[in-house]
Design a protein around this ligand. Structure first.
Ligand code: IMP
Length: 202
């Protein structure tokens, strides 16, 4: 059977992508099925670079079609930071709490009307035959002055969706998946996988 490997060990991401591809005649694997797969350094200057690099390495290693994502938060008044460094904003091994504290420190002098930000997610698909495709999803919001909500992860408690009056951390997982950068990017993956299956690329 045709197969896709998700270049991730993150249970939540794997499950979300499995659900999306559930109706298709394709076996969905992940790096949990390949414990010896190489670690890929996310050292690119843009989300696209990291996502493509991961998908290329894993497609080559497994001989199968690979899907990889890279995502992060871009804050307008910080010139798009933390961006590709979102996970490591407060240091190489920083926790979510440390990254959030640093973000609040950086924005301490920034008034509420200038605290716009967006999450961005890029997903790369590399087929076992070498075809490549990139899709992107974004979600606009503002960074509030103190954390709200207990759901999600990362910067979720500081990221407010003004039209809902709720942070990402105050949404259910289903609500977040509908609106989020990752959800929007994933919705574009389905037709590409369908097309590649029809063309025998997967
Ligand atoms: P990755 O693409 O999963 O490696 O995510 C990189 C980093 O971006 C995460 O460690 C978080 O700091 C941040 N990030 C990405 N997506 C989200 C999200 O949906 N909520 C909160 N933080 C996120």
């Amino acid at each position: 059977m045709a197969a896709i490997v998700i270049a991730s060990r993150n249970e939540h991401k794997i499950e979300e992508i499995r659900r999306l591809l559930a109706g298709l005649d394709v076996d969905v694997l992940s790096l949990k099925d390949y414990p010896d797969a190489p670690e890929v350094d996310e050292d690119g200057a843009a989300f696209q670079d990291n996502a493509l690099k991961k998908a290329r390495v894993i497609a080559r290693f497994t001989g199968l079609t690979a899907l990889a994502d890279d995502s992060g938060l871009e804050v307008d008044s910080l010139g798009g930071q933390p961006g590709v460094r979102s996970a490591r904003f407060a240091g190489e091994t920083a926790s979510d709490a440390e990254n959030n504290r640093k973000l609040l420190r950086c924005l301490a002098e920034v008034p509420s009307e200038e605290r716009q930000a967006q999450f961005r997610c890029v997903i790369a698909l590399v087929s076992r035959t070498g075809a490549e495709s990139l899709v992107e999803g974004t979600c606009q919001g503002v960074i509030i002055e103190e954390e709200r909500g207990s759901g999600g992860f990362g910067y979720d408690p500081l990221f407010l969706l003004p039209h809902l009056g709720k942070t990402f951390a105050e949404l259910s997982m289903e609500e977040k998946n509908e609106l989020s950068h990752r959800g929007k990017a994933l919705q574009q993956v389905l037709p590409i996988v369908q097309e590649w299956l029809e063309q025998g690329l997967i």
